[in-house]
Design a protein around this ligand. Sequence first.
Ligand SMILES: [Fe+2]
Length: 122
Amino acid sequence: MKFYVCKICGNVIEMIEGDAKRLRCCGEEMKLMRANHSGEGEKKHLPVYEVHGDRITVKVGEITHPMEEDHLINWIALISHDKVAKKFFKPGDMPQASFPYIKGSEIYAYCNKHDLWMTKVK
Ligand SMILES: [Fe+2]
């Protein structure tokens, strides 16, 4: 599964299947969002997880991300070869979620100001 963004209005969508070249918003082609894995802001955005038996607890990030009206983690998603799980947040929530432990899955965190971040589950 891939995520696309409209560079004009900021709409974000998931592409489940099909031809991404046909995705349009505000009259323009939507852009593939490439997840950050490191770099500036990493400590506040990169998802971190702990394994507890058959589940993982995910937090964003190593230093808890702000959860304010104009700057927050909108959602965390876990994507594996055959499953998708997602948790949405609102201002004041803790950017934290519990998902099944699936080796090789990818955990995405989306910040409304600093885009998409991804950690792979080992
Ligand atoms: Fe942020």
